[in-house]
Design a protein around this ligand. Structure first.
Ligand SMILES: NC(=O)c1ccc[n+]([C@@H]2O[C@H](COP(=O)([O-])OP(=O)(O)OC[C@H]3O[C@@H](n4cnc5c(N)ncnc54)[C@H](OP(=O)(O)O)[C@@H]3O)[C@@H](O)[C@H]2O)c1
Length: 274
């Protein structure tokens, strides 16, 4: 995927990884449609992008991606503001940390709608335009937990496994038609998606955090290379492979960590992730 002069729509643009990606895209000469629910955060990001990349073309769209009309609104806005779209980055997501049995049903439904159904609906809406251009691509931001089902993150893991499967299948479906599909899997990253409880749990269990800009750099490099997947972190990549081959071994190796995480996962009302 080329970045320079490309028209890129990105959901969750004002979030930690989203904003870092936007800065890298703008610096590389892309034209951006920033999508998010918070108009103030979008305005602040637009200003920041204009300051660091004065030549950048930045439009924004206040949109809840789970709304029924969201795919049509995104496509129409990209057409009106950028003259079309070359790349869609499905980055927005909700967190979810805790025991599944504590999780309200509507929270699980919102999670699936945001993290899985919305990226599929948005992709479906823009795909005919990309195929007509025979270029560009779809970038889906998943997670390490999309390859390793993680205790206390069951619903979140399910959405990211789904997004990974969707990306893989679509990549194969579109092969040879000029449209790339990249599935990117960050590991723990220092952003607002991790609340104090998750941050404390991660510190207690020795998980490290990446910087959002490091993650964005890796994703942009993978886009430029035309990679199919970008899994961040050597150990995480190794364990994901091992999990595919010998999942019972990973069950055993995660047992102690599952117990160490339990007090954080069950201490109060559930919400939040990676
Ligand atoms: N940080 C990590 O540890 C980590 C690890 C692995 C994977 N990831 C993945 O990386 C991606 C970016 O996450 P992040 O860490 O940058 O989190 P973040 O800072 O919380 O950003 C996520 C953004 O998603 C947006 N969003 C949520 N629901 C939305 C909706 N219905 N409509 C539109 N926008 C919505 C939010 O924007 P508004 O509230 O402004 O709408 C928020 O800014 C996610 O896919 C996440 O799963 C993160």
């Amino acid at each position: 995927m080329k970045i320079a002069n490309q028209r890129i729509a990105i959901t969750g643009a004002a979030g930690g990884i989203g904003a870092a990606l936007c800065h890298r895209f703008a610096d590389a000469g892309a034209r951006l449609l920033l999508v998010g629910r918070n108009p103030v955060a979008l305005a602040e990001l637009t200003l920041a992008l204009k300051q660091t990349a004065p030549e950048s073309c930045v439009a924004s769209l206040v949109l809840d991606i789970t709304e029924p009309e969201a795919p049509a609104r995104l496509r129409d806005e990209a057409q009106a503001r950028l003259g079309g779209l070359d790349i869609l980055v499905n980055n927005a997501a909700l967190p979810c940390f805790g025991a599944l049995s504590d999780m309200p049903l509507d929270e699980i439904e919102r999670l699936v709608a945001t993290n899985l159904t919305a990226p599929m609906r948005l992709t479906r809406a823009v795909l005919p335009d990309l195929l007509a251009l025979k270029q560009g691509g779809i970038v889906n931001i998943g997670s390490t937990f999309g390859a390793i089902g993680f205790p206390w993150f069951a619903a979140y893991s399910a959405t990211k496994f789904g997004l990974r499967g969707f990306s893989e299948a679509l990549r194969r479906e579109l092969a040879g038609q000029g449209v790339d599909v990249l599935y990117a899997a960050p590991r723990a990253t220092r952003t607002a998606i991790n609340d104090d409880r998750v941050t404390a749990m991660r510190a207690a269990t020795g998980m490290t955090f990446d910087d959002p800009d490091f993650v964005a750099k890796r994703i942009v490099t993978a886009m430029k290379r035309g990679a199919a997947e970008c899994a961040i972190g050597g150990p995480e990549r190794f364990f994901a492979r091992l999990n595919g081959l010998l999942p019972r071994l990973i069950d055993l190796s995660l047992a102690a960590q599952t117990r160490a995480m339990a007090p954080f996962a069950t201490s109060s009302q559930s919400t939040t992730e990676t």
